[in-house]
Design a protein around this ligand. Structure first.
Ligand code: CP3
Length: 368
């Protein structure tokens, strides 16, 4: 089944002008086509649940070294493509390469996660700079080399996704200094001194535009913006720190690269997914597992492509429960343009066989 149901005609025409027909199912869907079965890829499809990832990772000093060694980043990006033949590869990197490139001291502690020297006032903010990002001496040069190497190694039907964290989510880590239960330190700064906090957001917006543009120039065909902590903000603050910065990034990247589709992932946005989808002008919205797929089909799919949203714990559990839940999502979203994915990343305890099972369940659902 092929069609262009679901997207309003203005959006469909705008996309059709930029994207010529492609062999890549992911790009066809992002141009507004409904394809059955839909393309499938998974957030965190490269990572610790794969033994071959753990083997590469064991040979590196730390996680950042893996991100900044093009050969190794290329190898781990390709691992899940070889195993499962996903419709997309996502660059192996991290959202926290941006604070690193801005000059913030940081490291990944084994088994615990990221640790950053917190930025909590104008003085600490003043020490950071995006100056080197635009130059050929960018500390992120290794990332762009990896993008180029991955692109040339991919099968012709597989699309390459580049990515960055959205400014609010990146700021959460920069200010808290790591992960947090409720993110109250960064929220307090945003609420009590929005003008000063805007300085941090603006710095990350500019760095992100540059970083994404460089990924596209190196060969990324699609961009995903991860706003993993969008859901912690109340109404009002959400518009200012989630919608506005994402919209600015979409506008600037699209001005330079009009043909590149952009997927937004404002996790935990609830009812606000609708405003996010229309106000940011993203090409697609990735929805978390709390969003009813039928609601997404009715409210979001008329405006944007919808990606999602199997609960990663179904993938961990596997079996009939997983296949039934995946089938429900396909049934709700499959009439319009959709990309099958999880509502968040693969959990590291997930048996690799469950992933193979999920992919064959999706692919078995119809003839392409
Ligand atoms: O396969 C892919 O999805 C591509 C690679 C990718 C990673 N991180 C690799 C990674 C992507 C797209 C990310 C995005 C990312 N990084 C997000 C947004 C998505 C989300 O999960 O909400 C966030 C918030 C981060 C920040 C981050 N990186 C944290 C909090 C941690 C520690 C927690 C953890 O899962 O260990 C990381 C480390 C990280 N990034 C790992 C991987 C594979 C594990 C590190 C290791 O191998 O030791």
């Amino acid at each position: 089944m092929v069609g262009t149901v679901g997207l309003n005609s203005a959006r469909r025409n705008a996309i059709a002008q930029d994207v010529t027909t492609s062999d890549k199912p992911l790009l066809r869907v992002l141009a507004g086509e409904a394809i059955s079965p839909p393309p499938v890829w998974l957030m965190r499809q490269a990572g610790r649940y794969l033994p071959e990832y753990r083997a590469v990772r064991a040979k590196t000093r730390d996680f950042l070294q893996l991100c900044f060694t093009p050969d190794l980043a290329t190898e781990v990006t390709l691992q899940p493509i070889r195993r499962y033949g996903f419709d997309a590869a996502i660059l192996f990197s991290d959202i926290l390469v941006i604070p690193h490139a801005l000059g913030q001291a940081m490291r990944f502690v084994e088994g615990e996660g990221p640790r950053l020297e917190p930025v909590r006032d104008a003085r600490a903010l003043g020490k950071l700079s995006a100056a080197r990002l635009g130059s050929r001496q960018s500390p992120l040069e290794a990332v762009y080399q990896a993008v180029a190497a991955i692109r040339s190694a991919l099968p012709r039907e597989t699309a390459l996704i580049g990515f960055a964290g959205s400014p609010w989510t990146v700021a959460c880590y920069m200010v808290e200094g790591g992960t947090s239960r409720d993110f109250h330190v960064v929220k307090q700064w945003a609420m009590s001194d929005p003008e000063e906090f805007a300085g941090l957001i603006d710095l990350v917006v500019d760095a992100t535009i540059e970083h994404l543009s460089r990924q596209v120039v190196a060969g990324a065909e699609v961009i995903q913006l991860f706003d993993s902590h969008a859901g912690v903000l109340p109404d009002g603050a959400y518009e200012r720190w989630v919608i506005d910065p994402n919209a600015r990034i979409v506008e600037a990247v699209r001005a330079k690269h009009p043909a590149v589709p952009i997927i937004g992932f404002p996790r935990g946005s609830g009812l606000r997914y609708e405003a996010f989808a229309t106000a940011t002008r993203v090409s697609a919205v990735s929805v978390d597992s709390a969003v009813p797929a039928r609601w997404a089909a009715a409210k979001l799919q008329p405006h944007v492509v919808v990606q999602g949203n199997l609960d990663p714990v179904y993938l961990l559990a596997g079996g009939t429960a997983m296949r039934r839940a995946a089938g429900d999502i396909l049934e709700a979203l499959g009439q319009g343009p959709t990309i099958f994915n999880l509502g968040h990343g693969v959990i590291k305890e997930t048996p690799p066989d469950h992933v193979a099972d999920l992919v064959s369940c999706i692919r078995g659902s119809g003839a392409r």
